[in-house]
Design a protein around this ligand. Structure first.
Ligand code: UT7
Length: 332
């Protein structure tokens, strides 16, 4: 019997309707469109405004989009992994609610939390379940309502993040398509540089933590930028070397959308021209766990069976890595 690989067989995506432009942000904090575009590449981001709706809402919409487009019966799904940094609430697993709401009644589910690398690490996890031969349909969703943890008075973070969700379906493949290799890394040196101080087990919520704004994301942007630039480029180069791929052999780079300058540095190191790099940071900003699947969703029609795709991400923790996948289908 030939080896089972884990192939992506369908994608879906969702972003909320409300568009928060750089021009609107200019009225909220001391910033300007020119600074944001040249330093980050972001022009606008989407925000989930409706009260009472959380990350699960975004995830459910993305999953439903995938199910509809691919004509998949949710009852056939074996497992739902929700990659997120903003679960609906502590303890009650958000992915479980999502699975029930989409009708994946025969699936088990859990959340996978690895900051901006959640989806990349989730791809690795989903692939292992498929490669084991025990599971046939694993739905991986990356979803984040970043607006729920952002201080819209802090210009260092509020210009960067947006809300959104993307989903992919992994299925077994016996023709060699799907996940080929991965190179995943972590380093606790990153902990002070990108974090939320309160609301966890070290500093539970109190009137004081709220007054001190300790439930919002803190980022030392300059330090994170330095680590992200060198590490994302390094793991992308490494995965190419290990698999004998040159820039000509790689059809697409799917990079985490944190900063256009980090993406450009990674593409340069891989010897890739701009037209081989998936970019949507201008429209959505940094949607954390949703950046990679939203790229796939936006570019799906351009992908061809057999395309060599390198995914790369970097995030809090620090967490980072690259993954090499052969695309399994033509969508036209
Ligand atoms: O997805 C998870 C991983 N995260 C990342 O990869 C993010 C990595 N970091 C970054 O993308 C960048 O560091 C930022 C976009 C966050 C910031 O860009 P930067 O080029 O590193 O700016 P900086 O923090 O070094 O600030 C440069 C200047 C400062 O002024 P002075 O000290 O030079 O006078 C800031 O106060 O720009 C100022 N500044 C702003 N000006 C206008 C900072 N934020 C803003 C702003 N608008 N929004």
């Amino acid at each position: 019997m030939s080896k089972i690989t884990a192939a992506i067989t369908a994608v879906g995506g969702y972003v909320p309707e409300y568009v928060l432009t750089n021009q609107i942000l200019e009225t909220m904090v001391d910033t300007n469109d020119e600074w944001i575009v040249t330093r980050t590449g972001i022009r606008e981001r989407r925000i989930l405004k409706e009260e009472g709706k959380g990350t699960s809402y975004l995830a459910i919409q993305a999953a439903k989009d995938l199910l509809e487009k691919s004509n998949t019966d949710p009852k056939d799904i074996d497992m739902v992994i929700l990659a997120t940094a903003t679960p609906d609430m502590p303890v009650a697993v958000t992915g479980v609610y999502v699975a029930s709401e989409i009708g994946a009644v025969n699936a088990f589910s859990y959340d996978l939390i690895a900051a901006c690398s959640s989806f990349l690490f989730g791809m690795s996890t989903a692939a292992k379940y498929i490669e084991s031969g025990r599971y046939k349909k694993v739905l991986l969703i990356g979803a984040d309502k970043m607006s729920s943890i952002i201080d819209y008075e802090d210009r260092a973070t509020c210009i960067i993040f947006g809300d959104g969700a993307g989903a992919v379906l992994f299925e077994p493949n016996e023709e060699g398509f799907g996940v080929q290799d991965e190179f995943l890394r972590t380093d606790g040196v990153g902990r002070p540089h990108l974090k939320i101080d309160a609301g966890g087990s070290i500093l539970p919520a109190s009137a004081e933590t709220v007054a001190n704004k300790q439930h919002y994301v803190f980022q030392d942007g300059r330090t994170v930028f330095k680590f992200a630039v060198s590490n994302m480029a390094e793991v992308s180069e490494k995965i190419m070397e290990r698999n004998g791929l040159s820039g000509d052999d790689v059809h697409w780079l799917v990079p985490h959308q944190a900063n256009k300058r980090i993406i450009d540095a990674t593409a340069n190191r891989m010897n890739l021209p701009e037209e081989k790099v998936m970019i949507n940071i201008d429209k959505y900003g940094n949607t954390t766990s949703a950046t990679l699947p939203l790229c796939l969703n936006d570019y799906e029609k351009q992908l061809k069976k057999g395309d060599n795709i390198v995914f790369a991400a970097f995030g809090g923790g620090f967490t980072w890595g690259s993954l090499y996948l052969k695309w399994a289908y033509n969508s036209n």
